[in-house]
Design a protein around this ligand. Sequence first.
Ligand code: GLN
Length: 197
Amino acid sequence: MRIGVLALQGAFREHRAIFHELGIDAPEIRLPAQLEGLDGLVIPGGESTTIGKLATAFELIEPLRVFGKSHAIWGTCAGAIFLSKDAHREQPLLGLMRIKVNRNAFGRQVDSFETYLTVQELEDPERPFPALFIRAPLIESVGKGVQVIARLPQEDPDQEGVIVGARQGKLLATSFHPELTDDPRFHQYFLTMVEEG
Ligand code: GLN
């Protein structure tokens, strides 16, 4: 299996390191021709406007849209913004996922934090997943066919937490950074999405 990691800007090395630990070839992708032969693609966290501008300059926008119609793509943080249809401002987006995101939604005071999420989709779901949020977006709303897979924990169990993970078919978006923790379960989950074909 070959999982490309978009390497225009951001935390691409960390994603590659986790895939390597899992025994997966994870080449750096910067050019449209490099999408050839990949089984899936990860778009890392970083700065979504920068990633969008570089993707435009490298003529990657259309090839990525085409790739995403038949392959698995996972965007973390800035990558999730880049996958979305709507980020409330003008910036290059792939528009592949029917999600609306709110950038830097947690404000300045709490712009970075770590928490534990319970994600039913992961192996051993009873074991909470360590989720690191760094100037993270939240997923404000999801459209038709989009499954919510992770929410922030709420003190009041009757209230629904903010959406921080969503899946639309082969496309996955997480507000947080599984590549910056040493729990590989989200990477393993993405690999199962890729394998589903
Ligand atoms: N705040 C960044 C953005 O809006 C995302 C931050 C991140 O990827 N850690 O693009």
